[in-house]
Design a protein around this ligand. Structure first.
Ligand SMILES: [Zn+2]
Length: 278
């Protein structure tokens, strides 16, 4: 039986936006370390040699689902102009109890209140646009600008959509990513569009390709969509941020743009998302 590796650093990156604070609160509060190690030991994951990857996948999907639903509910309440601020909190509480089946007691009261206030703050962050002074901080004038995902050279003043600078929210705005310099990096239109609201690598359809062992360069290019390459790059960024306990932006700058080619780690094994890197 393969040795069980529990990733203690999972989601231990340094948060900088409201959405990240909410996500980490969920990851800590709803999947404490003992529960995490139980996921890594699930018996049905023990065949296939993808146990730690699939455990990480499962935990990511679970936290994402809770976070996304809380933010969508909070946005819905904020946009209901018949409610004042004081009425939003109890409505969120009721949502937790009825739809999420979270029992609220004396022990978790504080954590629940924090969950509610973080959800409402993250919901407010989804509405904030990037202002011109923030853009200037992200792309100072007279400094060369490159897409942080594909390394394409970009221009501030151009009509050419392929080289125009776009401001990419590293933690997507839809999920409480603030429009601050700490959460923005320049990206080209192609990468910005392909990344879209992808938050975690777990959001990508990682099961959507399985190639033969030792694939040719053509197999790799044709068999793996661009979105999937962005997910691999994102996995590298998250891992670096969690290992070094830094922000996702700092990690993105350390990791650099994604490489031009995909490498597979075990040549005898079929090439799936977990058996390759970029
Ligand atoms: Zn790009």
């Amino acid at each position: 039986m393969p040795k069980i590796k529990v990733n203690e650093n999972l989601f231990g990156f340094h948060p900088s936006t409201q959405g990240e604070f909410l996500f980490q609160h969920i990851a800590k509060q709803f999947i404490p370390s003992e529960a995490k190690s139980q996921v890594y030991q699930l018996s049905h994951l023990q065949i296939g040699n993808r146990q730690d990857d699939l455990a990480e996948y499962y935990i990511g999907v679970y936290c994402f689902n809770l976070m996304a639903r809380l933010i969508k509910k909070a946005v819905h309440l904020i946009e209901d102009y018949s409610l004042n601020q004081e009425q939003q909190q109890p409505k969120m509480k009721r949502y937790l109890q009825t739809q999420m089946e979270i029992a609220i007691d004396r022990q978790n009261k504080e954590a629940i209140n924090k969950l509610i206030s973080l959800s409402l703050s993250a919901a407010l962050s989804t509405r904030k646009q990037v202002n011109p002074s923030t853009k200037l901080l992200v792309t100072p004038k007279y400094k060369p600008i490159y897409c942080y995902i594909c390394d394409r050279k970009l221009e501030l003043l151009t009509e050419d959509i392929t080289t125009q600078v776009q401001y990419e929210h590293i933690w997507p705005r839809n999920f409480g990513g603030d429009s601050t310099a700490e959460n923005l990096l320049p990206a080209c239109a192609l990468c910005n569009h392909a990344k879209g609201s992808t938050l975690l690598w777990q959001d990508a359809h990682v099961h959507s390709f399985v190639l033969s062992p030792s694939p040719t360069a053509e197999d790799l290019n044709k068999g793996i969509q661009y979105k999937m390459k962005i997910a691999m790059h994102r996995r590298n960024i998250f891992r670096r941020a969690c290992d070094d306990q830094i922000t996702l932006k700092e990690a993105a700058l350390k990791v650099g743009a994604m490489g031009k080619s995909i490498k597979h780690k075990h040549p005898d094994d079929a090439v799936d998302f977990f058996n390759c890197t970029i």
